[in-house]
Design a protein around this ligand. Structure first.
Ligand code: ASP
Length: 426
């Protein structure tokens, strides 16, 4: 194969002829991007013939000088990767590491009217590959931008774990003086239905007009391509694999609704003033577990975590796991309870719910009460993902078990709400 990334080629098989842009990939298939924007892989053994239609067009990009407009706010875009900037990736088949302000303004020209844009490439990765070390680096980069006195920060990010990153930044950097918005896209910029542009422009528009300070996520409100929601950094979750409105506030309401085309910003939550100085506490203890409970869960699985520093269970319903002995098949459950009792003397163990919405209440059923007696602490209405991030963060600087338990139940960054409101459900 002498074709280069970006060449237009025609692949003939018994089933048909496929024309598209060549994307080099390892393996037994030839991958091409069809005109529809979709990629297909064609088994090399099934190919009768490949021909070149046209060599890759060299796109000459004019280096235009960006003029600063003193009347506009300054927004820093920190890019970490993901679908939101994958246009460049798809055209050439290669990962493009440049994410300059010129390039961003070329891709999203509306931004010029809203703000002076700066940008830096922090990572170029799928968000599922990110870990606590990346959150620490990112928090330090956000701090640097704040010190440069920008008016707001946008972090472009893969959608898969964007809500973990937003929780991590919410704990690591408290009392932010400016808005820090994480923005992703479910569909890449080279698809007609891409949400990249609307999410990014609405996020910039919100930053340019709001007095909100803190970490939030900006994504599509619904299936139409008009408005976005500004969602709380510690109480938001990806609830759909592919829909553009996949992100929902959980046990909370959105902060605001934004529609830049109609010049609308509707504050849904009361925006609080912040006069306190920035607290930065950047660190993460990785030896903690988030365990999803399921039927058939065995005490033997807990053995693995005996040297861990903390555990979050994502229990069933109100916060349960199998600890009741009811017949010959449930005898082993006592061992699970005993093991939890033993572990909780050494490490903190908490309970969130896999129901996602609602509050953990371990006083209703005997299994909940038994677990509490064994030392498990109910995490109110905190999301399990947020609880995982909070515990890792807390353990990086606090070693006192009593203090850790107290702080897990103290609302630090909006992760626990006192009361559950009726409108806090899908
Ligand atoms: N898996 C991708 C990621 O999270 C999806 C996306 O970019 O939205 O990086």
């Amino acid at each position: 194969m002498n074709y280069k990334a970006g060449d237009l080629i025609k692949v003939k098989t018994k089933e048909g002829v496929y024309k598209g842009t060549y994307i080099p990939r390892k393996g037994n298939s030839i991958v091409i991007k069809l005109e529809s924007g979709y990629n297909i892989g064609i088994d090399k053994n099934k190919i009768d013939n490949i021909s070149l239609v046209r060599k890759q067009k060299k796109i000459k990009q004019k280096k235009e000088k960006i003029k600063q407009n003193n009347k506009l706010p300054t927004i820093s875009i920190l890019h970490t990767g993901g679908t939101i900037a994958s246009k460049v990736d798809y055209r050439t088949g290669a990962v493009h590491s440049e994410f300059s302000p010129e390039e961003i303004l070329r891709m999203f020209p509306e931004l010029k009217e809203i703000a002076n844009i700066r940008s830096r490439l922090i990572f170029q990765m799928f968000s599922e590959d990110m870990g606590p070390e990346h959150w620490e680096i990112l928090a330090k980069e956000v701090k640097k931008e704040i010190e440069k006195k920008v008016d707001g920060i946008i972090i472009t990010h893969g959608t898969d774990i964007i809500h973990y990153t937003s929780a991590a930044l919410s704990f690591m950097l408290q009392n932010l003086p400016i808005p820090v918005l994480l923005v992703g896209a479910q569909r890449s910029s080279d698809r007609g239905s891409s949400d990249a542009s609307l999410n990014l422009i609405n996020a910039s528009y919100f930053i340019s007009k709001t007095s909100f300070n803190g970490v939030a996520i900006c994504m599509h409100e619904n299936t139409e391509d008009n408005s976005c929601l500004i969602l709380p950094g510690t109480k938001t979750r990806k609830m759909h694999t592919s829909r553009r409105d996949a992100f929902k506030a959980v046990n909370d309401i959105p902060i605001a609704k934004v529609d830049y085309k109609k010049n609308i910003i509707e504050n849904i939550k009361k925006i609080k003033e912040n006069n306190e100085s920035l607290i930065s506490n950047i660190g993460f203890e990785k030896k903690i577990a988030l365990i999803k409970i399921r039927p058939g869960f065995s005490h033997k699985e807990l053995e693995f975590y005996k040297n861990y520093k903390g555990i979050i269970f994502e229990g069933t319903g109100l916060g349960h796991l199998a600890v009741s002995v009811l017949d010959k098949h449930t005898k082993e459950h006592k061992k699970t309870l005993d093991m939890i009792k033993k572990l909780s003397k050494k490490i903190p163990i908490f309970m969130a719910s896999q129901c996602i919405f609602g509050r953990v209440d371990m006083n209703v059923y005997s299994s909940g009460r038994d677990l509490q007696e064994a030392g498990v602490i109910a995490l109110e209405d905190m999301l399990s993902e947020t609880a995982y991030v909070k515990l890792g963060w807390l353990l990086s600087f606090e070693k006192n078990q009593k203090k850790i338990k107290e702080l897990m139940l103290k609302n630090i960054a909006g992760e626990i709400s006192e009361r559950t409101q009726l409108n806090e459900f899908l």
